[in-house]
Ligand binder design. Sequence first.
Ligand SMILES: [Zn+2]
Length: 830
Amino acid sequence: MKKLSICLLLAIMNHFLLAQPGQPADTSWKKQYRETTTKINDLVHTKLDTKFDFSKSYMYGKAWITLQPHFYPTDSLRLDAKGMDIHKIAIVKNGKESPLKYDYDNWQLNIHLDKTYKGGEQYTVFIDYTSKPNEVKVKGSAAISDARGLYFINPTGEEKDKPTEIWTQGETEANSVWLPTIDKPNQKMTDEIAMTVPAKYVTLSNGKLASQKKNADGTRTDTWKMELPHAPYLLFMGVGDFAIIKDSYKDKEVSYYVDKEYASVARKIFGLTPQMIAFYSKITGVDYPWAKYSQITGHDYVSGAMENTTATLHSDAAQQDARELTDGNNWELVIAHELFHQWFGDYVTTESWSNITLNESFANYSETLWNEYKYGKDAGDDQNFSDMQGYLQSNSGKKDLVRFYYNDKEDVFDAVSYNKGGRILHMLRNYVGDSAFFKALNLYLTTNKFKSAEAQQLRLAFEEVSGKDLNWYWNQWYYGAGNPNLDIVYSYDDAAKKIQVIVNQTQTSDKIFKLPVAIDVYNGANKIRYKVWAQNKSDTFSFASSSKPDLVNFDGDKILLCTKKENKTLDEYIHQYKYAGSYLDRREAIDFASKHQDDAKAVTFLKTSLKDKYEGLRSFALSRLDMKKDNVRKDVEPVLLDLAKNDPKKTVKAAAIAKLGTYKKPEYASLFKAAANDSSYTVSGNALEALSEIDSVGALAEAKRLAQQPAKGKLSSVITAIMIESGDESSAEMILKNFESMPLSQNKFNFLQSMGDFLGKTKNADIFKRGIDDIVTFRDAIPEAFKGQTDPYINGVLLKGLAAKKKEAGLTEQSEYVISKLPAEDKKGF
Ligand SMILES: [Zn+2]
């Protein structure tokens, strides 16, 4: 699963999370060991017949479930079946059904079998039932707005501009809302799903489409067959009016299900998939194991994406138009992430949620691997670094990677299981070397294929291939918490002709980390590497050197998961930028120089770095320029102008234009006007914003002209802001529409303030109410887990402020309308 991921929400809502309060007072869960579910019965095969009632959002199901006792004989079967109406349960023998007795508590079925079955003796149970997903109350995760399992989107067609769809979301244990099953990750089965749907819709499920049959009542029955076993949470159904674009990998279908208006850009979004399949097949040594690979987009899917076997579901945020794509495909790494799960997660599956990092660390690391392969080492290192920051900023230093103690199973889908897990793989790759690393992945996959695994099985594969004992690594990183905080002090003793590197571990916990690491000593371009182990509270490493070196570089490969402090000088950092030269070496140098912008040498260096060969570092250097400093403004202006005109990367160009805008020079008006017509929304938006600073009349005219075409992203928010600023009520419709069409995102949250300004000014009561409704709809759509951070602003500041303002202006009706939307505690004082 990808909650941009933590999967998606972390990225979207990151800043709310940073302000998260501490643990809730109830910590009784800390004592509850989460054991792997005992296997009493094993799933073998599920055959399912489904029909849908769109008016009630019900699914009528008939399931034939084949199982066998795992080892010990048993005469009973416990199945997860959440919130269903059960009509009939029977044992099926030679095509004949004999009813079985059962107990049902609306959550689990306890079925009394007709006899005692021996270990491995198969039997088939038939269940006739109705699934009522909207009537099941389940505590959901931060990633999944709730755990309904089966989702009817706009089922009766009442919502304009939204298609009618059905899709399912199983992880963690929600597929048992629509299918009686043993809803645990350590089960695997083959399946066959028949979906009867209105003939105008297409369907998608796991495996291959085996047959399609037209029915007399205007429906069609599609039967999908999954002939290789996979876990229950990976079963999937999708229904809707999608365009299907087909590619292939070898002789297998690779397809993309998108809303019809995105058919022409589907390949621009998903078209690298066959290349990714080839790449991941090659590095794992396991050719893509499944019958096909489809990807489908779902509306109102607030998680990022989900790796259902052969049928990945993506949020509709994946659907970007041609202009958005000129900035780059912001969904490419999600596509990579879900695809790699087809090996790590689907082919070999975590045996328990405690071990979820076996799925997610690999999917997370696959993003770094893909970037490195496709766009070069800088791009890979960039991804690795940004994921590392995601962990370091998540304030989760006390959580073990493999977590046997947790409050809710959804809690393990976090920056530890994903980001930290990915970095631990990166360090492991550096320690054992590339060829051993990928060979060990192959051994782990082939040994455990179609089964579930725990973290020790990964260790055994690495030990077998490398011949190294790795207990220490697993105990330190997988079964332990935290990360080293390093204080590194370099010095040179002229008399003794010695370099000294002191490495202090300053983390507050008692835990001391064992870190195999390289120290590189540079004289000019010449590098001598020393391999050392930092493994004490304080380690001192000494090396002979006839003169003071130009640079001593601890962690020469820049792979450590840590925070660090170093006493390098600007000259040393400049040397590092030039000669050590990896992404992080250069980034650290830019970072250091950016903190010394009073120093002419630092600014000269920053100016050079604006021309870095890697666009991510050009953008980083741009973002760090202190435009309040005269020396900086004067020095970098020609470079900014060059980047604004000529940089091949739209994102860099856009950032340079924004910086150039701070000069407020009328002579740039024509540049900004031209750039406002750029195909990139970001370039266009930034240019229009810059223009508005020097020519508000011209900018308003441009905004009105540009608003004739659909606008998204930065351009959309700048147009709206300019119109709000102008106080032009005739733009109200456009302003509200823009807000309404923004997806649930950080951007939308940031835009609330402009909405507040606009609604505070407007005299039109209908517009005002509609705007308040829009804010309230947005407020209510924010997932529960984030409301604690967003509600205080939306209710306590924005809405209360508007209510007070309208009351003051004597507009009682409008004021009361806002108050009626506030929760009880915020109504006080009115
Ligand atoms: Zn994932």
